[in-house]
Design a protein around this ligand. Structure first.
Ligand code: SF4
Ligand code: SF4
Length: 342
């Protein structure tokens, strides 16, 4: 992900500190110093849309009307201590106390990505104050016709674009988040980025879809080879637009370098507890972060270890590996520096 310089400097010292002195109570074994980089916080799973590729609204159908209190959300952020919090769901702007939750996270020095479908952005914007550590991350899966088809409702694209324009005009930082499916036409994604250019957004995240077992339409998901093919031209796009992915992760998406899964770097907390092992797979939920870290058999997951991981190239599993410098190469630091400065 691409972040402001202050965030990158803070993250670099956080990583160095945790590598040097790993928290003993989080270590299952001595194979790696494990610690969280980004907390995926899901205060609720209710949503005002029902997108075709969404695992959440299907997996958590039984608890979809429940939500976590602000106090419990903040306690989870304190418990894990990750410097970045991605507030997601469900639709977080349906959460009545989203303003106090974001204020509480900012008061703790967190950098926040509030991931939204944009439908309520204009309506609820007044509940937030612009802050260089707060980003609205708006979900857009293509141009109008494609996006509205993906989310299965007409008018969503227009409302999301109106929402991001209003947020930008009000002084907020705004990025977009696009999921790439089997049927995604990458030329259309380029057109989408061109269309958004005049709004001077603060970054774009493109990530391959994960094949949730709870989603019936398996045709929409990709194999690893499909992902390499889709992302083969990504460096050209990265030169034209502000893509939020690190150069090492982009190499990985193109099949130019291997990265191991480091799902522990990106833990998820929701109404059921700490989801194990990752944002995509739920083999269980733990009631404490320490238990998630020490009771999850991390070595059993990742490509080559679990068939459900075979085609996963999601940023939640592999961006932490890139950020941690795993499988780094000569020249990486220079590329990373160029990417930051650009
Ligand atoms: S907007 Fe997000 S949470 Fe809601 S249905 Fe779509 S993908 Fe799922
Ligand atoms: S590869 Fe890692 S992030 Fe992907 S599904 Fe498997 S455990 Fe989760």
């Amino acid at each position: 992900m691409r972040f402001p310089l202050s965030m990158i400097a803070g993250m670099a010292s956080y990583i160095a500190r945790n590598k040097l002195r790993p928290r003993a109570e989080w270590q299952r074994d001595k194979s790696a110093a494990r610690f969280p980089l980004v907390l995926m916080l899901e205060p609720l799973h209710a949503c005002n849309l029902s997108c075709a590729g969404c695992g959440r609204i299907r997996e958590y159908e039984a608890t979809i009307t429940q939500k976590i209190s602000v106090e419990k959300c903040l306690a989870a952020a304190d418990e894990c201590g990750a410097p970045i919090v991605s507030v997601c769901g469900g639709e977080p702007l349906l959460y009545a106390e989203i303003g106090p939750l974001v204020a509480g996270l900012l008061a703790r020095g967190k950098h926040i990505y509030l991931c939204t479908n944009g439908m309520l952005l204009r309506k609820r914007l007044g509940e937030f104050t612009p802050n260089k550590r707060l980003f609205f991350n708006v979900h857009l899966d293509g141009l109008e016709e494609t996006h509205d088809r993906c989310v299965e409702r007409k008018g969503v694209f227009r409302e999301a674009v109106e929402g991001l324009k209003a947020a930008k005009q009000a002084g907020f930082k705004v990025s977009t988040n696009t999921t790439i499916y089997h049927e995604t036409d990458m030329r259309e994604i380029e057109q989408l980025l061109e269309l958004l250019e005049p709004f001077k957004l603060d970054g774009h995240m493109l990530s391959p879809a994960y094949g949730y077992t709870s989603v019936d339409d398996r045709e929409i998901f990709m194999t690893r080879d499909d992902v390499h093919e889709k992302f083969k031209d990504i460096e050209r796009l990265a030169r034209r637009f502000r893509l939020n992915s690190t150069p090492a992760y982009l190499d990985f998406l193109q099949g130019k370098r291997d990265l191991p899964c480091t799902a522990w770097g990106n833990p998820t907390y929701n109404i059921m507890g700490w989801r194990s092992p990752c944002y995509m797979i739920a083999d269980g939920h733990f009631q404490t972060f320490e238990r998630l870290m020490t009771a999850t058999p991390w070595e059993k997951y990742g490509p080559g270890n679990d068939p459900r991981c075979e085609h996963c190239m999601m940023h939640c599993g592999f961006e932490p590996s890139a950020a941690l410098g795993i499988n780094s190469r000569a020249g990486d630091n220079l590329r990373q520096l160029r990417w930051i400065l650009r």
